[in-house]
Design a protein around this ligand. Structure first.
Ligand code: 5AD
Ligand code: SF4
Length: 432
């Protein structure tokens, strides 16, 4: 009764958490099972960031329940939705375990009690938990690129965002445990680590800040590439940019969510920076690293957004010329400041239309950004075969996906390729 199947939804942080969960469970004699039809325990590590993410998971629970026709199955909901919906998830008798993001060490106990027929819930948030001592069970397929969580929670309280409520207060993980984990990755053959936090620039442990941490990890091995996410426009510092510019193994890519191009909307979102501040940070990034790719997140149709506000978002996109963007329309989250203070008053048709306008613009900008790379040579870390036979794929330092014909290299190799053609999503390259 110890075969565990977990589906992971949402952000990279959840992927990293699922790896921690499996590590905790394997120590207690549970095994990872990739086939839902054979699992004794079926769990979803969930996301609450937008309503459609939650609806999808509620639909999945119905599917999980069908498995009970053939055998007894324990069903668990973990992560942000567990934290947000709490007991609600237990009503109806479909779910046996509800465990929030800081309760994973107790999962073996919760599973045991649930196996005896008692539904279990633990949604207590911690001020200290960072799972620092746990070596995650890596779940990636190619053994090339690993996530390392460097902090948990968030103190920003942006008015639209549910994360501070589901993941609790911000806490940084002991830097020596981060360095140890990165060294373990190198020993296991990993060639890239991505340091994860909701707001990496506010990392601090003792007197080590994020710039210091980056430097510590960058020094482990020149063969280990380093990425990180997410940066906050308010907090990204010149010292971080300096470290990025001076270590060749730190990738020149910054994910810098802007959310809106209108100061009025940014203030309502409680983002604590202005359009001018954001543009200044972008200019500074490019001053330190002219080749640095910048990606962003944006929300269309936030409370009271006018056509003029929307145009300011479009013009900011034109001005920055993002290399990539994750684009959403506003989804009101119960309990957030925005839900309490501002009516969700932009009609869904208007939200969708504005979102589509942003997507169309970004599609053009992504294509233009890729065209600007034609003829350039990039060092690419091979991730594995691409969908098309005979070709390999991997990312350049700027995070763009490259594909090229190659019979000689394998996952984990560094190769130099020249960009010869492109689509909006991919750079088509030649091995050199
Ligand atoms: N509605 C829509 N998008 C949201 N995001 C966060 N909260 C919401 C919400 N309530 C987006 C932001 C954030 C990304 C992870 O998700 O753009 O940067
Ligand atoms: Fe949400 Fe803001 Fe924290 Fe990002 S920084 S997770 S947008 S509260």
């Amino acid at each position: 009764m110890k075969e565990v199947y977990i589906e992971t939804y949402g952000c990279q942080m959840n992927v990293a958490d699922t790896e921690v969960i499996f590590s905790i469970l394997e120590k207690e004699g549970y095994h990872r099972c990739e086939d839902i039809d054979r699992a004794d325990i079926i769990m979803a590590n969930t996301c609450s960031i937008r309503d459609n993410a939650e609806q999808r998971i509620l639909g999945r629970i119905e599917q999980f329940v069908l498995q009970r026709k053939s055998r007894p199955v324990i069903i668990g909901i973990l992560g942000c939705m567990a934290e947000r919906m709490k007991e609600q998830l237990l009503s109806g008798g479909k779910v046996d375990i509800v465990a929030g993001p800081d309760a994973y060490r107790r999962l073996p106990q919760l599973l045991e009690a649930a196996a005896d027929g008692h539904p279990q819930i633990d949604v207590i948030l911690s001020r200290e938990e960072t799972y620092a001592d746990i070596s995650p069970l890596r779940l990636d397929k190619n053994g090339v690129s690993a996530y390392i969580s460097i902090m948990r929670g968030c103190n920003n309280v942006c008015s639209y965002c549910v994360v501070p409520y589901t993941r609790g207060v911000e806490r940084s993980r002991d830097c020596s445990s981060i360095v140890r984990e990165a060294c373990e990755c190198v020993q296991k053959g990993y060639r890239e680590v991505t340091l994860l936090g909701q707001n990496v620039d506010s990392y601090h442990f003792g007197d080590v800040d994020f710039a210091g941490l980056l430097e510590m990890v960058a020094r482990i091995s020149p063969q280990l590439r380093l990425r990180f996410s997410t940066s906050n426009p308010q907090d990204i510092s010149d010292s971080v940019l300096k470290v990025m510019a001076s270590y060749p193994n730190i990738c020149h890519h910054i994910h810098l969510p802007v959310q809106s191009g209108s100061d009025r909307i940014l203030e309502k979102m409680r983002r604590r920076y202005s359009r001018a501040w954001y543009l200044e940070r972008v200019a500074r990034i490019r001053e330190y690293m002219p080749d640095c790719a910048i990606s962003t997140d944006v929300i269309a149709g936030f409370c009271s957004e006018t056509e003029e506000d929307h145009q300011l978002t479009l013009s900011l996109f034109e001005e920055v010329r993002f290399d990539a963007a994750f684009m959403f329309y506003y989804s009101e989250r119960p309990g957030t400041l925005a839900a309490k203070k501002y009516p969700d008053d932009v009609p869904i048709e208007v939200k969708t239309r504005r979102l589509n306008e942003i997507i169309a613009l970004q599609n053009r900008l992504s294509l233009e950004s890729n065209r600007a790379d034609l003829g350039k040579v990039f060092e690419v870390l091979v991730e594995g075969p691409s969908k098309k036979g005979g070709q390999l794929c991997g990312r350049a330092g700027n995070n763009k996906m490259c594909v090229w014909v190659d019979e000689t290299h394998k996952a984990g190799d560094y190769v130099n390729v020249k960009v010869v053609d492109c689509s909006q999503a991919t750079l088509l390259c030649e091995l050199i």
